[in-house]
Design a protein around this ligand. Structure first.
Ligand SMILES: CC(C)(COP(=O)(O)OP(=O)(O)OC[C@H]1O[C@@H](n2cnc3c(N)ncnc32)[C@H](O)[C@@H]1OP(=O)(O)O)[C@@H](O)C(=O)NCCC(=O)NCCS
Length: 333
């Protein structure tokens, strides 16, 4: 998606994140399913993940991340025009989690809606926010990605339960006050024909929740790991490559890549595809596991606050997820 000249530039004015305090280590998982710390670390790179306590939900984590992002941007909730929440673990089927967070943070003048693009959701929502601000329709858009994947994980399925965690991240998107900073470009793609390699079958219109769907565990994430791995490597690499090419840039121009944190081997393959050394890749999946849409904004907030993103830095965001969806964004800070 290229910017035409009559649009103004939007930028990321503030970020925040919130993760549950409770930690589940690989060693804890060894006591729950037939797995080992060694297997999980070598196959995925994950060592720990944070898990929501009772009462902690996608809404509460998202609201906390949102408040921190607003503080960071130096604006109050009353000036937010639109709240976008990327999630596959909504507070409930409806109302949207965005409405739940709108109330929790008292964003009394905001519209609110959820975006479901699975792990690519933050970049999808960021892309919408970018154009809402760039067109002049909105001034401040709050983009939140919040997930409690622990609530849709089958804790007896070693193929999936070792991979996921809970957390939330948020970004405030506003008109850029100066210079060349801001969201330069976004790239969004999908392939619904491969939807059934990573999905939740039950609880929707096709298989409404019933005793039978629950007995069959259809309310849990199901994943074909090897197939997902293969397409993730291809799609993440493509999303990174294509957005750079479209902007006349290459890996050499990128100061930091913040990839979706699903698997260390997928991250390395994506970096290799654009000839980016791993020193220029932000990784925190060892600490949080895969928090779906939330991985990128959590990492973005950490990277900004621990000095990994200097003024003028070109940051590449790239993600892949169920749907299938994949996406990338180029942001100058
Ligand atoms: C899941 C994943 C880590 C598995 O790694 P892998 O190298 O592909 O491993 P395989 O699928 O070949 O499985 C190897 C064996 O380990 C077993 N295994 C699976 N999970 C295990 C676990 N937690 N502990 C120990 N063994 C496990 C499998 O049953 C398989 O045994 P088999 O060969 O007897 O059938 C990897 O496929 C992956 O990361 N896929 C992408 C997942 C993802 O990113 N999803 C989210 C996308 S947004």
């Amino acid at each position: 998606m290229h910017r035409t000249n009559n649009l103004r530039r939007a930028y990321i004015a503030g970020t925040g994140h919130a993760v549950p305090e409770k930690v589940l280590t690989n060693f804890d998982l060894e006591k729950m399913v037939d797995t080992s710390d060694e297997w999980i670390r070598t196959r995925s790179g994950i060592e720990r993940r944070h898990i929501a306590r009772d009462g902690e939900t996608t809404g509460t984590l998202g609201a906390e991340a949102a408040k921190r992002a607003l503080d960071d941007a130096g604006i109050g909730p009353e000036v937010v025009d639109l709240i976008l929440v990327a999630t596959v673990t909504p507070e409930m089927v409806f109302p949207s989690t965005a409405c739940v967070i709108q109330e929790a943070i008292s964003a009394v003048n905001a519209g609110a809606m959820d975006v479901n693009a699975a792990c690519s959701g933050f970049i999808y929502a960021l892309s919408v926010a970018d154009l809402m601000v760039a067109s002049g329709k909105c001034r401040h858009v709050l983009v939140i990605a919040s997930e409690t994947l622990s609530r849709i994980t089958d804790w007896t399925d070693r193929n999936t339960c070792v991979l996921f965690g809970d957390g939330a991240g948020a970004a405030v998107v506003s008109p850029c006050p100066d210079g060349d900073r801001g969201i330069l470009s976004t790239y969004l793609k999908s392939d619904g024909s491969k939807g059934e390699i990573l999905y939740i079958l039950g609880g929707g219109s096709r298989n409404p929740a019933s005793h039978e769907t629950v007995d069959q565990g259809m309310h849990f994430i199901r994943m074909s790991g090897r197939e997902t791995f293969k397409v993730a490597v291809q799609a993440m690499g493509d999303a990174a490559m294509r957005i750079l090419k479209a902007e006349g840039l290459s890996g050499e121009d990128v100061d930091l890549m913040i990839p979706h944190q699903a698997n260390m081997r997928i991250i390395r393959a994506t970096a290799r595809r654009i000839d980016l050394p791993m020193e220029k890749v932000y990784v925190n999946l060892n600490e949080y596991g895969n928090t779906s849409a939330a991985t990128i904004p959590i990492a973005l907030d950490e990277a900004r606050k621990n000095g990994r993103i200097e003024s003028g830095a070109l940051v590449l965001l790239v993600a892949f997820g169920g749907g299938l969806t994949w996406a990338s964004a180029l942001v100058r800070f």
